[in-house]
Design a protein around this ligand. Sequence first.
Ligand code: FAD
Length: 541
Amino acid sequence: MYNVHDPEPVLIVGAGLVGLTTALALHHHGVPAVVVEKHPGTSIQPKARRFNFRTMEVFRAIGVADAVYAAAEGLAAHQGMRAGRTLVESEPLPPPPHVDYTDLLAASPERSCLVAQDLLEPVLLREARDRGIPVHFQTTLADLADDGTGVTATLTGAATTGGALAASFGGRSAVTPTGTGVRAPGAGAAAGSALTVRASYLVGADGAHSTVRALLGIERSGLGVLGDAVNVYFRADLGALTAGREFNICQTEHPAAPGAFASVDGRYRWMFMTGPLLPAADDPTAPPDPRWADLVRTALGAPDVAVEVLSALAWQPTMRVADRFATGRVLLAGDAAHVMTPYAAAGANTGIQDADNLAWKLAAIRSGTGGPELLGTYHDERHPVAHHVAEQSALRTGGLRELAPPTLDHPFALVAGAQYTAGAVVDDGSGPQPTDRLELSGRPGTRLPHLPLADGRSTLDLAGTEPVLLPAPDAAGWRAAAEKLSVPVADAGPGWPAAAGLTGDGALLVRPDRIVGWRSRTAADHPIRVLTSAIDAILAR
Ligand SMILES: Cc1cc2nc3c(=O)[nH]c(=O)nc-3n(C[C@H](O)[C@H](O)[C@H](O)COP(=O)(O)OP(=O)(O)OC[C@H]3O[C@@H](n4cnc5c(N)ncnc54)[C@H](O)[C@@H]3O)c2cc1C
C-alpha cells in the first residue's frame, strides 16, 4: 500500500511520550517508523501526570488505552485537590464551580487519567516493540539533510555500531567516521562511528531543546520565561500520612515551605513543586542539597518522616511556540514545537494531538491518496491550536485557590473544543466553535460528536484510515454518491442528525483523526460533485 517511490521508514527523533505515540499512530495507519533516543531509556522523571480524555481517545484509536488505564490504577483514588498550611493540615478543595461535569461525561467514551510520565512511557515503549516498531536508545540525531525526495540523517552514539540500527533502515545506511560535518549544537556526537540513514520523512519529537528545530533554523515566538521553579522528587512512605487525605495535588501554604505536593505512585514516590528556596541543579543525576529533605518535612507537617530526595531540579515555566511546525519533509511535534507552563496540564496532551494529526496525513501522502500539500496543513492546523493552548496555560497559575478568570476558555473547551479553521477541512459557514463551554456539534474542523452506538462502541470508532461518510438516516443521495466514489460509509444511529447538526438527509465526512472534515446539513442537487470536491479538499489533491 506504500508509494513505491517512498519506501523508507519515517525517522522519529525522541522516545518521549510524543515520539512513541507518533510511532504507534503511524503504525496504526500502516506506515513503518524507526525511533531513535539519545538517552539509555525512557524518562526517569515523573513530569506529566494528567492525561485528558482527548489523549485517551488517541490511545483508544491506536489500541493502547487499556494498557494506559492499567498503568493509571495506582493513582485512581488520588484525583482530588487539597490545600492547607501543611499536608497534614490540608482540607479538600471543592471542584471549580464553573465546570459542568455532566457535559464532560457525555462528551467522550473515555475518561482522563492520572499516571506519571515515567510509568506511561514504558507502557508506550512496550506497545511499540510488541508491534515490531524499532526503538533505538543511545542514538543521537546529529545532522539532517532534506533533498526533497527524502531525509538523510546522521546518527551517533553507542547503538550506531551494532547492525540492528542499520537493519531498521533496510540496509539504506552507511557507517562513516564520527565528528566531521556534524552540525547539531550540543548533539553530543559520541566517540565511535556515525551512521548515515535514509528516511522518507523525519519527525522531531526531541523536546524543548530540539536538535531538529535548531538544525532547521526555526525560531520560536511567545511570552518566553515566566518564572523560576524547582521540582523536588522524593521517596518517602506516606501511606499512613495520606490515608484519608489522598490527593492529586496538595498545595502547602507554610511560609517556610510554600508549594504543592503531587502524587507519583500514591505511596512511595512524590514530587514537591516549589520555588528556588534552596540551590537546585539542571542535571537529574546531581546530588541534591540535603536541606531539601527538611523543607519537604516542613511542608508535610511531619518532622519525623524519613525522606530521600532523589533530585531537586531547577526549571523555568516557559511559553514558546515554533514559528513553523513543518518544513519540507521534516515535522516538529510535542515540546519541540511548543513549550508551555504546566498549569493547564496541557503540554504532553497537546503533543499527543500533534501525533494524531500528522500520522494520517503522512500515511495518505505515502500511499498516494493524499497530495503533497497535505503536509502543510499540519502546520496550518496545529500551530494556531498549540499557540492558543500555550497562551491559555500561561494565563493560569499554579495556585489551586485562584479560580481561572471568567475570560479564560472553559477548561474542557481547551481540551476538546479546538477547531481547525484552515487546513484539511471545508468550511460550512456555521461559524466559530464556542470556547466558553464544551460543545461539540459537528462543525467542520472540530472533534466528531460522540454518541454511544447500539453495539457499545462510540461514533468516534467509526473513523477509519481514510475519510468516512456518516450520513443521516434518510441521506440516500449522499450514500449513493459515496458508493459511486468508493468512499467508506458508516451508520451512526438514529440520534445522529441532532448530535451532528444535520437534517434527516444531511451527512458529514470524518477524518482519520476523528475531526469533522466536511458537513452538509441537507441533501444536495449534485452529491457526487460536492462529495468529490470535499474529499479532494480534505486530501489536498
Ligand atoms: C512539572 C511538570 C509537570 C507537567 N505536567 C503535565 C501534565 O500534567 N500534563 C501534560 O500534558 N504535560 C505536562 N507537562 C509537560 C510534559 O512533561 C511535556 O510536555 C512532555 O514531556 C513533552 O513530551 P515530548 O515527547 O514532546 O518531549 P520530551 O519528553 O522532552 O522527550 C523528548 C525526547 O527526545 C530526546 N532527544 C532530544 N534530542 C535528541 C537527539 N538529538 N537525538 C535523539 N534523541 C533526542 C530526549 O532525550 C527526550 O527523551 C509537565 C511538565 C513538567 C515539567
